[in-house]
Design a protein around this ligand. Structure first.
Ligand SMILES: NC(=O)c1ccc[n+]([C@@H]2O[C@H](COP(=O)([O-])OP(=O)(O)OC[C@H]3O[C@@H](n4cnc5c(N)ncnc54)[C@H](O)[C@@H]3O)[C@@H](O)[C@H]2O)c1
Ligand SMILES: [Zn+2]
Length: 384
């Protein structure tokens, strides 16, 4: 009997747009995006992060007025939910999104519009991708990290079994609408944290961008909007280009260059019980993997020093005690190197870690020298 072979490409196409005042009645962006698939009115279900609604009290009224003005069909009042990593740990919130989808009869041609930080977008994205096998999702990211990195991509997830992003899927959004005005109300900590992802992508892909961040470090920490807008745009463009141009948007292979610094970061988020923000943990992961790259002889000393100095100039802490707890007990649950195994397990296939050859150029390895990594951790501890 001859086998039936199936092989077909699936084409995805979405835009990442940048704007100010997304819900000003005169701003046509949102209505154009919603009406691009069909002029027929489609239903909109809003999910907004509580903290965003609190810090921008006029927001929900502006959305409502925008919808009335442009005759967009909203489903009830916006669902206002918490934010931050905690919502990815609480599966009852996921259920509340499914409930709203069910109650309002949201179909695959309707839209869920998620307004919030990376954690909310990950969680709502997962709900949108799984209800009815996929409802159109419009992401409106409200943090630096989400506008520059997480909101731009194709991954959605919640945490489960105490493991980060254990339940998740690859599902591209319908559109990503980055409104820079949301960044104004961000606490300094979150303003800073997102910049770690920009340093990450600059280090592996774009030396010029790294030198931009280095040069603008002070302006960036002092909340220069033009400097931040450039950072967000460039970082988002590099991520989007990687997703559409790498040939592996759904990560079937073992290589995951955009996860530079992330094996340790994910473990540190867990070991610190999320005391660290994702971006803060990434900054430490970048410092660690850059230090290892230097000690292993891949990266020049001068490049290594510039990387650490730039991260520090941005205000990042590059060492936390959780890095070195139970350092010699590799099987201890609190040992950082358990993160390597978990990273491989999550990714599948051969262990593949991105390191650095020089600023702007990564280098993948499949084995690591744990003793040298321990040395790297102790060096970061000394330099603190
Ligand atoms: N899907 C992906 O590809 C991907 C990539 C990177 C990171 N992530 C995930 O993203 C999450 C981190 O995202 P994040 O850094 O945006 O953090 P976050 O979503 O936890 O938000 C950080 C804080 O900022 C608050 N906030 C959000 N917008 C605000 C605003 N405009 N004004 C005032 N406060 C605001 C939130 O309430 C929260 O307290 C992590 O869960 C991480 O795993 C996902
Ligand atoms: Zn990240």
């Amino acid at each position: 009997m001859e086998a039936i072979k199936s092989s077909f490409p699936v084409y995805f196409n979405y835009q990442v747009q940048f704007t100010h005042g997304l819900f000003d009645k005169k701003n046509p962006l949102f209505v154009e995006i919603v009406q691009q698939a069909s002029k027929q009115p489609s239903k909109l279900l809003w999910v907004i992060e509580q903290e965003v609604a609190n810090s921008q009290p006029e927001l929900t009224a502006a959305m409502d007025a925008y919808c009335q003005h442009h005759q967009l069909q909203q489903c009830g009042k916006p669902l206002v939910i918490g934010g931050g990593e905690a919502i990815k740990n609480d599966s009852s919130l996921l259920k509340s999104i499914y409930q709203a989808i069910n109650e309002h009869g949201i179909c695959r041609h309707s839209y869920i519009v998620a307004v919030g930080g990376g954690a909310l977008l990950d969680m709502v994205g997962f709900a949108a991708a799984t209800a009815h096998r996929g409802i159109r999702l419009i992401r409106v990211p409200t943090t630096v990290l989400a506008q520059a990195d997480s909101g731009v991509g194709v991954k959605n997830a919640i945490n489960y079994f105490d493991k980060k992003n254990f339940l998740g899927c690859f599902a591209p959004p319908y559109a990503v609408l980055n409104d820079f005005n949301f960044l104004i109300s961000l606490p300094q900590r979150d303003w800073r944290a997102g910049m770690a992802e920009a340093v990450k992508v600059a280090l592996i892909k774009d030396a010029e961008f790294f030198y931009y961040i280095q040069q603008q470090a002070q302006a960036l920490t002092q909340r220069s909007m033009p400097a931040m807008q450039h950072l967000v745009r460039r970082c988002a463009a590099l991520h989007a280009a990687h997703i559409s141009g790498s040939g592996d948007p759904f990560e079937f292979g073992s290589s995951r260059p955009l996860d530079f610094g992330h094996w340790a970061a994910h473990k540190l988020e867990h070991l610190t019980a999320h005391r660290l923000r994702h971006g803060e943990a990434v900054a430490i992961g970048l410092a660690l993997d850059s230090t290892y790259s230097y000690l292993a002889g891949y990266l020049a000393q001068n490049d290594w020093q510039q990387i650490l100095a730039t991260l520090q100039d941005l205000g990042f802490t590059l060492y936390v005690p959780e890095l070195s707890q139970q350092l010699d007990k590799l099987e201890h649950p609190l040992n950082i190197f358990r993160g390597l195994r978990e990273f491989q397990e999550h990714l599948g296939g051969e262990l593949t870690i991105m390191l650095l050859e020089k600023i702007g150029q990564g280098k993948e390895v499949h084995t690591v020298d744990i003793a040298l990594f321990q040395q790297a951790i102790l060096l970061l501890k000394e330099l603190r």
